[in-house]
Ligand binder design. Structure first.
Ligand code: MSP
Length: 687
């Protein structure tokens, strides 16, 4: 046991003034992939996430809603509790800073600092600026045009603070911190972030106010020994990393000792967004040094997901929520995209288009295709089992597989999932090429060659599937099951065993399962409601779009977006080919109605879509239409429109559409919503 490596990985604890969005999801998904990789590698893993529930930000959000801060926290934490399992997050713990164990941990850290370094905390008075957005203090000269200088929300209004408070002697740790960054360059990763942190510390550290007056900020942990003050929320929050392990609890804290304290073979990794690197790479080690406690191994500052070129955040109003995406694409696909699309330290732009392309390229076309081909070929063998014959050692394939394996392990060990997953894709790519070269489907009977090729590829496939597990636990389990390995791969590993080091996988004799498309291709048009290639000219003649211009929907999803109504090509043929003509009865099945737009707003999760509430003659309905690029919501409210009233409802990016509005495509390629000429009551028939 004592030889076993430990891996303690944490996410930031999330503020409870906001519901989770893709940014929060990202950090947790990356942490989960790293945790799963280390578990398969035989490490003893502890994976912590949690919620940050104190401070002025939460106090104000709760007051705005007219509820207590704890009621707000109780409500929001439930969203996290539901989201994490839906995303296959395997956290061992979720700490809330309002829990008793955490409060005891904070008190114990103060106690420890006072004991170890009585000089480190002193009473003074603070005069300067405070930003509730990032819960940070700023001096006059640090402000950006009089507002907050934080790059996440530059210019956000700050408040003047003049208070008596407790201070932490941060300035005394400047040299020790610079020494730390020199001695342990991995303390902050990636390297570019280390340089930023170093420059910040070199520019001079001022002592840090670590309390707020209870009068101003009552929602916090009482300052130990001074009930008129509350603990500064960042001191409170950072302590979660040890309070969750039991630090400060009466009696023994074996988890704290095992994962944090002493032994040599431990890794402690704090995964954080670059926005909060300073708190983790400067304040946190200084607090720990003052207390004489061991420091974490690495603070990894990852990049941001942007939407419309800005950091996704509630205040900007450009957030993408994860649940509709999970519903649309599945947790595995979303995880794969987040992990594979951008290197961990860099920023990325979130869009459905990019996600669909990534899934189709990596999963449907490459890995999925490979699995389907191979399992289908093995399934056709008389016994449907992986042949019990020796594998080939192909001279092209083997070096590629060995290199992919090495890259995979070193990249994950360096906290670089994107590079690790790319290596798996390369491996699958090489296997696809090997199949094309060896053509097992043509070799049957040739001295068992076909059997040997299939045996060879099946062996590699088990390796590929296992390596997908940290990113896509469910899909990887399904793939392994298709190869005859039952159960969650996480349970295959014995304590201390490195599953990746197992070279031989006993694939022979296993019965394969065939038939399921493991990663079906995503139909971009059906999902996003994009129009078919646009015609060059407007085509709506007198009155309503002709029958020929209404494309019969292929799927329920396609039907609900107005852009799904492409116009007939211009110049239109005098008469469509006879097979395109429909009977009157077919036309009569479609119920066109006049409706009035009562409410219109942007779709919360898709920038091409609008959400409308319409009056259909006494019946109120919601429809979703892909016309956001052509209309602002205000332009549509009060307007009479034409809708297809008897389409099956379908969900579009998480919102149900109960019908479809009609629009004609202009020569400019822009949709023009159809409207009746003159006053017509909502609900009126259109024929
Ligand atoms: N409560 C503090 C953290 C305290 S940790 C001791 C906090 N919370 S937060 O909810 O605002 O954000 C937490 C983290 O969410 C960020 O650091 C980052 O990890 C992640 N993200 C939030 N928005 C993000 C993006 N747009 N993109 C990627 N991750 C971002 O800060």
């Amino acid at each position: 046991m004592s030889e076993r490596r430990t891996f303690y990985i944490t996410t930031p604890i999330y503020y409870v003034n906001d519901l989770p969005h893709i940014g929060h999801t990202y950090t947790t998904v990356v942490a989960d992939a790293l945790a799963r990789f280390h578990r398969l590698r035989g490490d003893d893993v502890y994976f912590l996430t949690g919620t940050d529930e104190h401070g002025q930000k939460i106090q104000r959000s709760a007051a705005d809603r007219g509820i207590t801060p704890l009621a707000l926290a109780d409500e929001v934490v439930e969203n996290y509790r539901k989201l994490w399992p839906a995303l296959s997050i395997s956290n061992d713990d979720l700490i809330r800073t309002t829990e008793e164990r955490h409060k005891q941990g904070v008190a114990a850290l103060f106690e420890q600092i006072r004991r170890h370094n009585p000089d480190a905390i002193y009473r003074g008075s603070y005069e300067g600026w405070y930003c509730t957005g990032c819960e940070s203090f700023y001096t006059e000269s640090q402000l950006l045009n009089g507002g907050c200088p934080d790059t996440g929300h530059p210019g956000r209004p700050v408040e003047r603070v003049l208070e008596s408070s407790w201070f932490f002697r941060l300035s005394a740790y400047q040299d020790a911190l610079l020494q730390l960054y020199n001695d342990r360059p991995d303390f902050v990763m990636p390297e570019s972030r280390l340089n930023e942190v170093r420059a910040f510390v070199k520019s001079g550290l001022r002592d840090l106010s670590i309390s707020r007056s209870r009068e101003k900020v009552s929602w916090g942990i009482p300052f130990p020994g001074d009930p008129d003050q509350t603990v500064y929320v960042w001191f409170d929050a950072l302590t979660n990393y040890i309070s969750a392990l039991g630090f400060g609890l009466a009696g023994e804290a074996p988890r704290y000792e095992w994962f944090w304290e002493q032994h040599e073979r431990r890794t402690v990794l704090h995964l954080v967004g670059k926005d909060i690197l300073r708190f983790h790479a400067v304040y946190w080690p200084a607090f720990l040094m003052a207390a004489g406690l061991p420091l974490p191994s690495t603070i990894f500052g990852h990049g941001w997901w942007l939407k419309d070129d800005a950091k996704m955040s509630k205040s900007v109003g450009n957030v993408v929520r994860p649940l509709p995406l999970i519903e649309q694409y599945g947790a595995d696909a979303l995880r794969w995209f987040l992990l594979r699309e951008i290197p961990l330290g860099q920023d990325g732009s979130f869009s459905d288009e990019a996600l669909i392309e990534r899934i189709n390229a990596d999963l449907a076309n490459n890995i999925g295709n490979l699995f389907s081909r191979v399992t289908a070929l093995i399934g056709k063998l008389p016994d449907g089992k992986v042949p019990d014959v020796p594998a080939f050692a192909d001279e092209t394939l083997e070096p590629i597989a060995a290199a992919a394996h090495a890259t995979y392990v070193t990249s994950f060990a360096r906290h670089e999932p994107a590079a690790a997953l790319r290596a798996v894709v390369d491996w699958a790519d090489a296997l696809n090429k090997y199949l094309v070269r060896t053509e097992p489907w043509r070799r049957a009977g040739r001295e068992n060659d076909c059997d040997r090729v299939l045996r060879t590829v099946a062996g590699h496939l088990a390796h590929v599937a296992l390596r997908l597990y940290p990113a896509m636990p469910s899909a990887a389990s399904r793939l392994l099951a298709a190869l005859g390995f039952a159960g969650d791969p996480g349970t295959l590993v014995a304590p201390g065993e490195d599953l990746f080091a197992r070279t031989a996988w006993s694939v022979t004799g296993r019965t394969v399962r065939t038939g399921d498309a493991v990663f079906p291709r995503l139909d971009r048009k059906a999902i996003l409601g994009d129009a078919a290639p646009r015609p060059k000219a407007a085509n709506v003649g007198a009155g309503l779009a002709s029958e020929a211009s209404v494309t019969r929907p292929k799927t329920a999803k396609e039907t609900t977006v107005s852009e799904e109504i492409p116009s007939a090509p211009a110049p239109a043929p005098a008469q469509p080919p006879s097979e395109d003509l429909i009977e009157y009865d077919d036309f009569a099945k479609v119920k066109f109605r006049v409706a009035k737009v009562l409410v219109c707003e942007k779709h919360p999760n898709a920038d091409k879509l609008l959400r409308l509430e319409i009056d259909l003659g006494g019946e109120r309905r919601q429809i979703v239409a892909g016309i956001a690029k052509a209309y602002t919501p205000e332009q549509l409210v009060g307007k009479a429109i034409i809708v297809v009233a008897n389409l099956k409802p379908a969900k579009l990016r998480g919102l149900e559409s109960q019908g479809m509005l009609l629009a004609a495509t202009g020569a400019d390629g822009v949709p023009h919503v159809l409207t009746p000429d003159g006053e017509v009551e909502p609900g009126a028939k259109v024929s």
